[in-house]
Design a protein around this ligand. Structure first.
Ligand code: ATP
Ligand code: MG
Length: 204
């Protein structure tokens, strides 16, 4: 059953942004761990529109990435997927995502979940100072990256150790292109969707 929020308590809404090309168990474990550690009521996964930081590389269609994210999260009553970045069109800026979620959920505190690599980039994101007024940021450990809040506003960021899964979407795409398995790296339904839609056959 869907978790309910007692009257008078502000809802705690996690936000997991990503390209999700494809979504994998590293994303899902990070969201689940942060939801538990920070007592979140819900985590909304927000697939990007055309990702500006990846404009040099081919990204799967927004609909394929959205559907894989839905398939991967469908069984968890605490997880949902938002189309806001996809439907806005154009490049995704996290500040726009958070402004829109804030407007949709005026009764909620927002917790933006990132891996160590994304956290290290935040100061390069558009309207960096406003980001910290809109949400509390939670940086998660990720194998191959150093987790640090150096240079980020004191009190604006929490760091969390999550079970180490050395999985990346890039590696999943390359595996599919080489005919190698992605079973157990991504949810079973996502393996089948990649196959059905013939995704990543010419990746890399
Ligand atoms: P790509 O290789 O295409 O960049 P990715 O695996 O990094 O894909 P993204 O969609 O870029 O996945 O990441 C979305 C968010 O999830 C980012 O904040 C990223 O740091 C985090 N993340 C991705 N994989 C992991 C992982 N294995 N452990 C912890 N966090 C992760
Ligand atoms: Mg990435």
């Amino acid at each position: 059953s869907r978790p309910t929020v007692e009257p008078g308590r502000r809802k705690r809404l996690g936000v997991m942004g990503g390209t999700f090309d494809p979504i994998h168990h590293g994303h899902l474990v990070a969201a689940s761990e942060v939801a538990s550690a920070f007592h979140l009521d819900e985590v909304v996964f927000v697939p990007t529109g055309q990702p500006w930081q990846k404009s040099g590389t081919a990204v799967s269609s927004a609909e394929d990435r959205y559907l894989m994210t839905v398939i991967a999260t469908a069984e968890n009553p605490q997880f949902s997927v938002s189309r806001i970045d996809i439907d806005r069109g154009g490049a995704t800026y996290t500040v726009d995502t958070l402004r829109e979620l804030r407007a949709q959920h005026p009764d909620a505190d927002l917790f933006f979940i990132t891996g160590a690599d994304a956290l290290a980039q935040i100061l390069s994101w558009r309207d960096a100072e406003e980001l910290f007024a809109l949400a509390h940021f939670i940086g998660c450990t990720r194998p191959g990256h150093t987790l640090s809040d150096a240079g980020l506003p004191a009190g604006g960021v929490s760091l969390v150790e999550v079970p180490a899964l050395a999985i990346s979407s890039t590696d999943c795409r390359l595996r599919v292109a080489k005919g190698e398995p992605v079973w157990y790296l991504v949810p079973d339904g996502v393996v089948r969707y990649i196959d059905k839609r013939a995704l990543y056959l010419d990746a890399g």
